[in-house]
Design a protein around this ligand. Structure first.
Ligand SMILES: Cc1cc2nc3c(=O)[nH]c(=O)nc-3n(C[C@H](O)[C@H](O)[C@H](O)COP(=O)(O)O)c2cc1C
Length: 313
């Protein structure tokens, strides 16, 4: 069985990955939030941190690229290989955000099958690297999936990570498991399941329905409960003390890396927008955390949450 951390812009950056890897069940792969490949653009300082081996020690990190231009994809992938030693890159065909899809990228690229086919033909013929793809199953209609499967099966995709929602679902509703099932019965390449794995029970439901699936990617469920994969794989919930150490480690790293309280608070509040619900009676603490203007108020609110509440079952 293989477990992957999902790419989540603003959340699963190198700081988060490093702290996670130190305190919780290690992942087999960690995917970076997307890097936009643009003509002649070199990597920004932030992007270099995401992909450099020094900042990602001991972890198998896969850089994710967002583009609909084959030349830009190839150039960025080669740079990631030559300058940072990456042997695998991932193509983002799932981002549903309007600003991305309007430019025909992310899930928006799925609406242009001929262009997508030509793009894949070019990158697979010109790049000597493992190329994995993270995809949704269409843009507006689940029926899109049939023609996408016909395209994907033509290429030596290292691994196809499927988030079985269409673009317009955004993150709403439940994953369309019928579409995932179609992929399982039709495609020969390795598949990875992604979507709404929030608990061990969710994981079991997917493995019962798809016993041949041996690869899972975790996003919001893992940010909400960083002990989720430890629970699934080791049968133990690491508990509140570990969560507290993990939190303190993240806070310290962000304080060192970012300038100004506001930036640190922004990152930490984003995490609490997921994590708070994993505590009993969390509402009033979550409000205080959200309202905090200074690190001192923030730390007081977090300390009282840890001291006065327990992790919910
Ligand atoms: C805040 C946020 C940021 C995300 N950023 C990315 C991204 O950079 N690249 C990507 O492929 N998916 C991104 N995703 C999608 C996740 O990787 C994942 O596919 C999605 O959340 C469904 O999995 P889950 O139900 O386990 O959360 C993002 C999702 C969220 C909520």
């Amino acid at each position: 069985m293989k477990d992957y951390m999902a790419p989540m812009e603003g959340v699963t950056n190198f700081v988060y990955r490093r702290a996670y890897h130190r305190f919780y069940h290690p992942m087999d792969k960690y995917f970076t939030p997307f890097i936009s490949a643009k003509p002649k653009k070199n990597l920004s300082f932030q992007e270099i941190c995401e992909v450099s081996p020094e900042r990602n020690e001991g972890m198998y990190v896969v850089p994710q690229i967002l583009t609909c231009n084959a030349e830009d994809f190839i150039r960025t992938a080669q740079l990631l290989k030559e300058d940072y030693g990456h042997q695998e890159v991932n193509l983002n065909l799932g981002c549903p955000s309007g600003t991305v899809t309007a430019k025909g990228k992310g899930a928006g690229f799925l609406a242009e099958p001929q262009k997508l086919d030509a793009f894949l033909d070019e990158i697979f013929s010109k790049l000597d690297m493992k190329i994995s793809i993270k995809t949704r199953i269409g843009t507006h209609y689940e029926e899109d999936w049939d023609y996408l499967l016909a395209i994907y099966e033509k290429y030596p995709i290292h691994e196809l990570i499927i988030h079985p929602r269409i673009q317009t679902d955004m993150y709403r509703g439940v994953p369309r498991l019928g579409a995932y099932e179609k992929a399982v019965s039709r495609l020969k390449m390795p598949l990875c399941y992604n979507g709404n794995l929030f608990s061990t029970a969710d994981y079991k439901r997917i493995t019962q329905r798809f016993p041949d699936t041996d690869c899972f990617m975790y996003g919001r469920g893992l940010i909400t409960n960083p002990g989720l994969v430890s629970e699934i794989r080791d049968g133990v919930q690491p508990g509140k003390a570990v969560l507290c150490q993990f939190h303190d480690c993240l806070l310290e790293e962000y304080k060192e890396l970012l300038s100004g309280e506001r930036n640190v608070l922004f990152r930490m509040k984003e995490l609490w927008s997921y994590m708070a619900v994993s505590f009993t009676n969390y509402e009033k603490y979550a409000k205080k955390i959200k309202k905090s203007q200074h690190l001192s108020d923030y730390q007081a609110a977090v300390s009282s949450l840890f001291a006065e509440q327990e992790l919910a079952d």
